[in-house]
Write a protein that binds this ligand. Structure first.
Ligand code: LIP
Length: 248
């Protein structure tokens, strides 16, 4: 597992360096939607990660936001979001990351999230306390909802905004603060190290939260992930420190 983790960190650093070097430069936009953008650099970052991981592990497969590589039925599948927080990146907002997870059969075994601007690397393997830049992290122990700071994601379509907005309206009166920062993977990393007490979002993709799922659970928190019947390949997620009751 250690070799998988080291290689995942190396791939995250490589993609992170590419994103940092091109940050706040002219970006090639491949697709525009009302609440989302697709950038060429998303694809370049995923190509770099795919090269670094599948050259080291040719028998593995990769499932990413920008496409798949290898036989998806194989036991080892890397789940990758090469640039989580794409809209932040395009607008020069320094809140985005690289997210890499390894699924073995049906279990997430490795999780790495790298913020190349703050140079923060969260990494962990199943059964071990995850680390932030080499230091063990743990979820917060805040149980009182009125004192909580939570993150709410609105996702990226009119449909998902309509699904998430009532939750935001409800929670904003129950907690101290709600934050909408635009990167699910960093939201999960922030729950894992106790910066947020919880993160909720409807209509999220597996690549946005797979690495964070492992980090939050191994840092003492809980993750409730449910497939959405009404949205293809989308999930609803409630990630928390495990002691707070969001009363959802
Ligand atoms: C983003 C997620 C975020 C969500 C955004 C978008 P992307 O992922 O991390 O939580 O609210 O709509 O889905 O598209 O930047 O990889």
């Amino acid at each position: 597992m250690k070799h998988y983790l080291d290689t995942a960190e190396e791939a995250a650093r490589g993609a992170g360096k590419l994103l940092r070097q091109n940050f706040r430069r002219q970006q090639r936009v491949n697709a525009v939607a009302a609440h989302d953008l697709k950038l060429e650099i998303d694809i370049q970052a995923q190509e770099l990660i795919t090269k670094l991981l599948l050259e080291e592990f040719p028998e593995h497969a990769l499932y990413g936001e920008e496409g798949v590589a290898g036989d998806q039925s194989t036991e080892h599948q890397w789940i990758v979001d090469p640039l989580d927080g794409t809209v932040n990146y395009f607008y020069g907002i320094p809140h985005f990351c690289v997210s890499i997870a390894l699924r073995l059969r049906n279990e997430i075994m490795i999780g790495v999230i790298y913020d190349p601007i703050r140079e923060e690397m969260w990494s962990g393997q199943k059964g071990e306390v995850p680390k932030l830049n080499g230091h063990p992290v743990h979820v917060s122990d805040r149980a009182d909802l009125t004192e909580a700071v939570i993150s709410v994601g609105l996702a990226k379509t009119g449909e998902t905004i309509n699904a998430n907005f009532p939750l935001l309206q409800e929670m904003i009166h129950r907690v101290r603060k709600c934050r909408i920062l635009g990167s699910a993977a960093l939201d999960m990393a922030y729950v894992a190290c106790g910066r947020f007490d919880a993160y909720i979002e409807q209509g999220i993709s597996l690549w946005d939260i797979a690495a964070g799922w492992l980090l939050v659970e191994n840092a003492g928190g809980t993750v409730d992930l449910r497939p959405r019947d009404d949205m293809k390949d989308k999930y609803s997620i409630v990630a928390s420190n495990g002691v707070i009751d969001l009363k959802l």
